[in-house]
Design a protein around this ligand. Structure first.
Ligand SMILES: Cc1cc2nc3c(=O)[nH]c(=O)nc-3n(C[C@H](O)[C@H](O)[C@H](O)COP(=O)(O)OP(=O)(O)OC[C@H]3O[C@@H](n4cnc5c(N)ncnc54)[C@H](O)[C@@H]3O)c2cc1C
Ligand code: SF4
Length: 486
């Protein structure tokens, strides 16, 4: 156990952030660089090393949280990093981006603020990189088997790293021009600087994983031919078919899907553009959708110099505290203020968009909304609550409806989809096609990075077993498993 009295004597303290006015002027991560190190060992010391650590179950990776909390408390960073990597290939991604369902399941959280698990995680891995403890781990021998991984998001990368380390020859195919999936072209730089992806890719290359960018399987290369060329295929192509808003004026200029808007800002940071082809500068911006993707649009619009930013959500405002029907240790739906929300803008709940109004040039200039109440399974407009707000740039961030691969990869391989539009798989991540596996959002639907990594690791074990009849890779989390939290 870390500090036997830590939870009694040390209050919870989280990562310090830079002042809002300063961070809105740049795209760097919002946190004070190195700000966690002076406080984190005492924070790790708040861990009670519970007999039954519910945080293990809260974390989809089954991270060994009390073990690395103990090492972090003792400042044995090397051992902490080893324990962290035992279950997580990329803690620098989850330590920055995970909503931390582990903390919702922390036993201390029953009657006190939970342990800052996510902050401990990111400190351990950042220190490990800084001190040279993260090194390539190439396999001792090659199996002679080949695997193609389609998609280079966290699921594809995790599967590829596990399979390479197991001795298979792995090639990752990515349709975008850079590796990383939504980590690269979705999540803004201010949430995670892309240098973290780049150094992992270097580690993976040194271990032997091959990367092919700018190749869309199903368009540039036939899916069935790819299957014949490799001994196994892992589909980790994400779930990026975006939900649309088919109301009057949807076709107007200035109305974009969030994933048409956000990647352009990422590309400016990569040096591809001097200025973003779609910018919020000087505009009244409306973001439709109150989730994480919407928050990323809010933070991006602030940095581009928006005149105003309004975020609309059809659901009522969540409560500040755990609702009684989502008791500990579940992950509750509570009101969250992200770093983007701290930076300004207005959040409007329980409203629906009726139509967009355009100007003489065919560009959106206003949005007509109405308040709604949820009655008998429907959102019912409330008479007399209609309102018009200025809207010169609108981003739609209303979630995703499954794979966008129906006409390419799915058809060519003859893959079955499930009722939600995702690629169907059984509990071993196997699709209906022999030797074809699916991991991450492609099989699960739009989810979380931690789930993508967990599924990539699990699918890798299933592939290893398929190829060799046995596997020493860690035991899988099955897609049918639902932890207590997500
Ligand atoms: C804007 C946004 C912000 C988010 N923020 C967070 C967050 O803060 N925390 C969090 O936990 N989760 C977040 N998520 C969700 C998270 O990013 C995803 O759950 C996760 O990235 C899924 O990983 P994946 O590997 O399954 O798929 P993806 O990351 O979607 O990667 C799939 C990759 O496959 C490639 N691909 C697709 N089809 C083909 C093909 N035919 N051939 C070759 N390549 C192909 C795609 O180009 C893409 O690079 C966010 C999602 C969005 C959209
Ligand atoms: S990956 Fe997420 S759930 Fe798991 S320990 Fe880290 S922050 Fe918690």
């Amino acid at each position: 156990m870390a500090d036997p009295k830590g939870f009694l004597t040390t209050p919870r303290e989280t990562a310090p952030t830079r002042p809002v006015e300063q961070r809105k002027q740049d795209w760097n991560e919002v946190y004070v660089p190195g700000g966690l190190l002076p406080i984190i060992s005492k924070q790790a010391g708040r861990c009670m090393d519970c007999g039954i650590p519910f945080c293990h179950n809260g974390c989809p990776l089954g991270n060994l949280i009390p073990e690395w909390n103990d090492y972090a408390y003792r400042e044995d960073w090397k051992a902490a990093s080893e324990r962290l990597h035992a279950t997580n290939n990329f803690p620098e991604f989850t330590g920055r981006l995970c909503p931390a369902p582990c903390e919702s399941a922390c036993v201390l959280g029953i009657n006190q603020p939970a342990v800052t698990i996510k902050n401990v995680e990111v400190t351990i891995i950042d220190r490990a990189w800084d001190s040279g403890d993260v090194t390539p781990q190439p396999p001792d021998r090659l199996s002679g088997k080949t695997v193609a991984v389609i998609g280079s998001g966290p699921a594809g990368l995790a599967a590829a790293q596990q399979l390479t380390r197991a001795g298979h020859t792995v090639a990752v195919y990515e349709r975008a021009d850079r590796i990383g999936g939504l980590l690269r072209y979705g999540i803004p730089e201010f949430k995670m600087e892309k240098r973290h992806i780049n150094r992992r890719i270097e580690q993976m290359r040194a271990e032997g994983t091959k990367f092919r960018t700018g190749v869309e399987i199903g368009r540039d290369m036939d899916g069935a031919k790819l299957r014949k060329r490799y001994d196994a295929v892992v589909i980790a192509a994400g779930a990026t078919a975006a939900r649309d808003l088919p109301v009057e004026g949807r076709e107007l200029g200035g109305v974009y899907q969030a994933m048409e808007y956000l990647p352009l800002a990422n590309k400016v940071q990569e040096g591809d553009f001097v200025a973003p082809p779609v910018s919020a500068e000087g505009k009244h911006v409306v973001v439709i959708g109150g989730g994480d993707t919407g928050a990323d649009c809010v933070g991006t619009a602030h940095r581009q110099g928006a005149r105003s930013v309004t975020q609309l959500e059809i659901m009522p405002r969540p409560s500040d505290d755990r609702p009684s029907h989502q008791p500990w240790p579940t992950m509750p739906m509570t009101y969250k203020v992200t770093s983007a929300h701290e930076e300004g803008g207005e959040r409007v709940y329980a409203v629906n968009t009726m139509r967009f109004e355009g100007d003489e040039d065919g560009n959106v200039k206003a949005l007509h909304l109405v308040e709604v109440e949820f009655q008998d399974g429907k959102f019912v407009p409330q008479p007399g609550t209609e309102k018009v707000i200025p809207a010169e740039l609108v981003t739609l961030a209303m979630g995703f409806t499954g794979t966008d691969q129906r006409n390419g990869l799915v058809e060519q391989l003859g893959l079955e989809l499930d009722a939600r539009g995702n690629i169907a798989r059984d509990k071993d991540f196997t699709t209906n096609v022999d030797g074809v596996f699916v991991a991450g959002d492609a099989g699960r639907g739009q989810s979380l990075i931690v789930w993508a990594i967990a599924e990539g690791r699990s699918a890798a074990r299933a592939v290893d077993h398929y190829l060799t009849g046995a596997s020493i890779l860690p035991a899988p989390i099955r897609p049918t498993d639902r932890p207590l939290t997500v």
